[in-house]
Design a protein. Structure first.
Length: 235
């Protein structure tokens, strides 16, 4: 007997970064029951795991309705992913391009693995939607962030688990400026300020340098995308 999924419910892949926090706000605005899931996979920027709880608490404090809807948080250890992948995100390697042209921070199969485990958790807990902040509009070029990848995986997961889960990608066709604007539309200036002050996206794990757009080294792909989007959003 399989668990029955309920339509107004979601599990959000929540790393503690800007994109996933915006997706969490998006889900809280739409679904009656929202849970979160994070993954510890040996990432160099493991500091992102420490900001997850303050961001969750901050979102709940912004809106009483969001506070009522925000449910359990799940953290899964997937350090095996870091052990089998060769990436500057999981090892002390230079941030140069790979021979195949992909960024050195690309962790092969990362989003496929994350979405698979998230789908298992959602299936077991009766959550209908799985929400992820992947995007192919303004991104580092990771192939597992593309719309085709997510759609193919949704088909495979539902076939393999005899389920009717929906993989939602609310940021898929937005650039980073539009993502900032979405956050403002969802929670006003208060949410934008929370994203700046509490979330973490920097691949180097830098929480010492504070910019107008938040903390980070300012040089990695994640920082450059976030900063560029902020500048366009504020212009």
């Amino acid at each position: 007997m399989t668990p029955e999924t309920t339509a107004p419910s979601a599990l959000v892949l929540f790393s503690g970064g800007q994109d996933s926090a915006t997706c969490l706000a998006w889900a809280l605005d739409r679904f009656e029951r929202v849970e979160t899931i994070g993954f510890s996979y040996g990432q160099r920027h493991a500091v992102e795991m420490t900001v997850r709880d303050p961001v969750r608490q901050g979102l709940a404090a912004l809106n009483p309705r969001w506070a009522e809807r925000l449910g359990a948080d799940h953290v899964l250890p997937l350090d095996v992913l870091g052990r089998v992948s060769l990436s500057s995100l999981t090892a002390d390697l230079p941030d140069t391009r790979r021979p195949d042209g992909l960024p050195a921070t690309f962790v092969p199969g990362r989003n496929i693995v994350f979405l698979t485990f998230a789908a298992i958790v959602a299936f077991q807990r009766g959550l209908k939607h799985v929400v992820t902040g992947v995007c192919e509009t303004d991104y580092s070029g990771y192939p597992d962030c593309r719309d085709d990848t997510v759609k193919a995986l949704q088909v495979a997961l539902n076939l393999g688990m005899e389920a009717r889960l929906v993989l939602d990608t609310p940021l898929m066709w937005l650039d980073k400026a539009a993502t900032w604007a979405m956050a403002e539309g969802l929670g006003g200036t208060a949410l934008v300020n929370l994203l700046v002050a509490e979330t973490h996206s920097c691949y180097q794990g830098n929480r010492e340098i504070r910019h107008d757009w938040g903390f980070g080294c300012g040089a990695c792909d994640a920082c450059r995308l976030r900063a560029g989007g902020w500048q366009r959003y504020r212009s």
